[in-house]
Design a protein around this ligand. Structure first.
Ligand SMILES: Nc1nc2c(ncn2[C@@H]2O[C@H](COP(=O)(O)OP(=O)(O)O)[C@@H](O)[C@H]2O)c(=O)[nH]1
Ligand SMILES: [Mg+2]
Length: 325
């Protein structure tokens, strides 16, 4: 594969080249990994910058419907929109986006949109790296907004938040005053909470849910990256395309403020540092996953259990053998 040619075509906003490049970075073949690294390095110098929006919510809250209507609205404003997903379970489920492309019928046919399902990997670490590189590729391909969807299942929110400029939590109207069991840690990551399905019979419940969350957000510790009034809770109807323009206005207001105050660049720098450290950790752990290392580990484990060698000495021996190069 001609990497220079692929690079040029990506820069020329060729969506097919972008799709091929993402396939390349998703491959685990060593020669592909090397080419992927070369491509990422070659694209590093483009100074294009998208707004990266992480979107999380449990199945059924309306993520796909929201992406369809919100994404379409953005393209109508002349923006180019890419949609990616982080779904560590997609090896089994076939991908969160792929499964409901029907809900994104218009967007998937829109020439100013690009939709890519989650890479099929069972390892969250592997999905994270590939998605992170796919985000960078979309950015180099001149997309203005990159939406990164994730199903709200534990760890994947953190992964998405760590590669986003904005983190949006999508919720459904809920009866009663319980806060839908949303974990505090996830609330703390949210920049904007969108209570979806604020339409028809659900409107009244949505209003109450929204004010409950607005109250809960006010109780959280103030974060330096937020101007007055953020994080905030708002109502939308993805189905009836209501509140989407307002939501986008709030997002751009927040982004502009963060750009002016240096928080935008600061956060990206922190994220780069975070991913670097993650990669080092994962690389070290991967060295213990080779057949030789596994064998040595189990041999030493047996001897440690028998008491013929101490845990400290055994650990040192394994690290000396496999931790270095
Ligand atoms: N009333 C109403 N229903 C919605 C809205 N958004 C999504 N839904 C419905 O909720 C269900 C789940 O939506 P979907 O987008 O597939 O949710 P996802 O699993 O989070 O991707 C579908 O039946 C949608 O039609 C909305 O704004 N209002
Ligand atoms: Mg969906």
């Amino acid at each position: 594969m001609d990497i220079t040619d692929l690079r040029d075509r990506i820069i020329n906003r060729d969506r097919r080249a972008l799709a091929r490049a993402i396939t390349l970075i998703e491959s685990s073949r060593p020669d592909h990994r090397a080419q992927a690294a070369e491509l990422m390095e070659a694209l590093k110098t483009t100074d294009r910058q998208a707004i990266r929006i992480g979107l999380s919510g449990t199945p059924g809250v309306g993520k796909s419907t929201f992406i369809e209507s919100f994404g379409t609205m953005l393209t109508e404003q002349g923006l180019r929109v890419a949609v990616l997903a982080v779904d560590p379970s997609s090896a089994r489920s076939g991908g969160s986006i792929l499964g409901d492309k029907t809900r994104m019928e218009n967007l998937s046919r829109n020439p100013n949109a690009f939709i890519r399902p989650s890479p099929s990997q069972t390892h969250l670490g592997g999905v994270a790296r590939r998605t992170r590189e796919a985000v960078a590729l979309c950015e180099a391909a001149g997309f203005d907004v990159v939406l990164i969807e994730t199903v709200g299942v534990g760890q994947s929110e953190t992964v998405v938040a760590e590669m986003s400029d904005l983190f949006i939590l999508l919720l459904a109207p809920a009866g009663g005053d319980e806060l839908q069991g949303v974990k505090r840690g996830i609330m703390e990551m949210a920049d904007i909470i969108l209570v979806n399905k604020a339409d028809g019979d659900l409107k009244a419940v949505a209003t109450r849910t929204c004010s409950d969350y607005a109250g809960a957000l006010r109780l959280l510790r103030k974060r330096p990256q937020d101007p007055e009034g953020f994080p905030k809770a708002m109502m939308v109807s993805a189905l009836h395309e209501e509140g989407l323009r307002k939501a986008w206005e709030e997002m751009t207001t927040l982004i502009s403020w963060r750009r002016e105050t240096g928080h935008f660049d600061g956060r990206r720098a922190e994220q780069a540092r975070y991913w670097f450290e993650q990669e080092v950790r994962q690389g070290l752990l991967a060295r213990l996953e080779t057949p030789e290392a596994r064998l040595a580990m189990s041999d030493y484990a047996t001897r440690v259990a028998e008491g013929t060698v101490t845990p400290t000495v055994a650990a040192r021996a394994v690290l000396d053998a496999f931790g270095g190069n």
